[in-house]
Design a protein around this ligand. Structure first.
Ligand SMILES: [Fe+2]
Length: 550
């Protein structure tokens, strides 16, 4: 069975293709259109479909639209109610519903040959839940979904057993932990539905001064749901103007809300464990990208294992909708073993791109050693290898890499990316060395979805990778599954004694992550990167613009 999943309703439009239960392709529209987050998160943008990523998914599998059995759309307008009836004040919300209702015909226009009757609406939170419970390498799990909103809820708690979901609780709007967090994001001068991770990073600089007051108005209700309506934030601090300064009361507010979010999520997870007795918790929804909260759930609840969908935000609902539709049709369950589900190019195609750009390059037999030499000499590496990542994290396919031992490298990478200096960069660590250096979170941690404590004797050895609170959002790298990258880190360790490099996503200010070779070359041409690695090929800055270092 051939199922194309489509997310187009709120933000982060994306497409995913599942064939006979296997995840063939998944990608976010922004990586193709080069427009961050694909579109603005407003109701009047709901008509826009992820046309480029949909078409690429089909091309990747050699399918035509007419070959599809189902197009699974991750929102069901029949479940929604007028915004006012749900306690939301959005004068354009009805447009979103209208566009969703017409989506089958929009899709048939965008994908000529598709029968609009093959479009199936999948409830938004069922799609999120499936992206976790059906994609995880576990036949059964408790599943927890939290986001800003779906049709008329902001949460789902349930249980997956052999591909079937039982919903145990769901919190209806206007109560929404995601919307509360988004409203604080906006109050702190950041872009809502986009910059929530900045609030999480800023929280580390504050004190939980307002936590007690937030506990009175935001709390789990003991029945699997919660009370959470956005407070008037001006009660504690005026709106922040994003003028480059940060800290003070605004950081305290971020800290207070972050801690309250963590507490309520832990309460919800406790409830779900009590109800299900399951060993494994799977999670999705934008809130599951809060890696600080994820680690607290892992540490403080009775679940032995927590698996979070790497594309936990709305992009992941394209995959989840396809998986949910397949499960409904009794397709065999599929397991997601990697987030590298996007585009890739063969080695000879990459060489052709470099020749077309008239860029001198080499294809050395000892690539790992040469890259490690540059890293050890404090160079910044643009790393482009294999299929691009599905989800917001760079996981060693489209990454910027640097030396973790130089504290100034945090500022240097943030400058390359034109972003705030309170933002941390993350360590990649060889899997077998991870528990020597890090504690307090699950290992392996291949998707950067948890924070770990950096052990005290290592904090000074890898200062660029350590956040102000002594934590780090790690990615474990297994050389058996990522041999090229693993080989570089092993070679770097031989030179420095550090089995760690720092990693941040391969993009410059305000742009989506690099996806294709042209994006990589454009970044290399516009950012102070010393070495570009494209598959097995190396391009040196010095070789291009000056003499080779003697
Ligand atoms: Fe969502």
């Amino acid at each position: 069975m051939r199922v194309l999943g489509v997310n187009a309703i709120f933000h982060d439009p994306s497409a995913a293709l599942v064939v006979d239960g296997e995840i063939v392709a998944a990608a976010e529209e922004e990586r193709f259109s080069r427009r961050k987050h694909g579109k603005r998160p407003v109701p009047f943008a709901a008509w826009e479909l992820p046309e480029l990523s949909m078409r690429w998914c089909l091309t990747r599998a050699g399918l035509r639209p007419a070959d599809l059995d189902v197009v699974a759309y991750s929102f069901d307008p029949a479940l929604a109610e007028p915004a006012r009836d749900m306690g939301l004040s959005d004068p354009w919300d009805h447009l979103r519903l209208t566009y969703a209702e017409h989506a089958p015909r929009f899709l048939a226009t965008a994908l000529p040959g598709l029968d609009p009757d093959r479009v199936q609406f999948v409830p938004h939170h069922v799609a999120h839940a499936a992206s976790a419970g059906l994609a995880a390498p576990h036949r059964r799990s408790a599943v927890l979904v939290l986001d800003g909103r779906g049709e008329r809820a902001s949460h789902l708690a349930g249980q997956y057993l052999d591909g079937a979901l039982e919903v145990l609780a769901s919190q209806v709007l206007p109560h929404s932990l995601g919307l509360v967090y988004e409203s604080l994001t906006e109050h702190l001068g950041f872009l809502r539905s986009s910059d929530e991770y900045k609030v999480m990073a800023l929280a580390s600089y504050g004190k939980p001064k307002f936590l007690e007051e937030l506990r009175e108005i935001i709390y789990a209700d003991g029945r699997g749901g919660f009370v959470a309506e956005a407070p008037d934030w001006t009660r504690w601090a005026p709106p922040r103007v994003d003028n480059g300064s940060w800290g003070g009361t605004h950081a305290d507010l971020a800290c207070s809300m972050q801690q309250r979010l963590e507490e309520v999520l832990v309460d919800l997870a406790h409830w779900l464990h009590d109800q299900t007795g399951e060993r494994v918790l799977t999670m999705a929804g934008g809130t599951a990208l809060n890696c600080v909260a994820n680690s607290r759930i892992w540490r403080e609840t009775a679940f032995d294992e927590v698996w979070v969908q790497p594309a936990a935000g709305d992009a992941g609902t394209a995959l989840g909708a396809a998986l949910a539709s397949g499960a409904q049709h009794k397709e065999p369950a599929t397991v997601m073993t990697t987030a590298a589900l996007g585009r890739s190019w063969r080695d000879d195609e990459l060489a052709a791109w470099l020749r077309a750009a008239a860029v001198p390059f080499s294809t050395p037999g000892d690539l790992a050693e040469q890259v490690a030499d540059v890293l050890a000499a404090d160079g910044v590496i643009a790393w482009f290898d294999g299929r691009s990542e599905f989800g917001p994290r760079a996981l060693g396919h489209r990454s910027l890499l640097a030396h973790p031992g130089r504290p100034e490298n945090l500022e240097r990478l943030n400058d390359v990316k034109g972003r705030e200096q309170f933002r941390p960069v993350a360590p990649m660590v060889l899997l077998d060395d991870a528990d020597t250096i890090f504690s307090g979170g699950p290992i392996p941690s291949p998707y950067m979805l948890f924070v770990h404590d950096v052990k005290p004797d290592w904090q000074e050895r890898i200062p660029a990778a350590v956040h102000v609170d002594g934590t780090a959002r790690i990615q474990t790298v297994d050389p058996r599954t990522q041999p090229r990258l693993g080989g570089v880190i092993e070679a770097f360790r031989r030179r420095t004694g550090l089995p760690v490099v720092i990693n941040t996503s391969l993009n410059t200010a305000g742009r989506p992550m690099v996806d294709d070779p042209r994006d990589a070359l454009e970044l290399f041409g516009s950012a102070p990167v010393d070495l570009l690695v494209m598959g097995p090929h190396l391009v040196r800055r010095a070789g291009l613009f000056g003499p080779e270092p003697g």
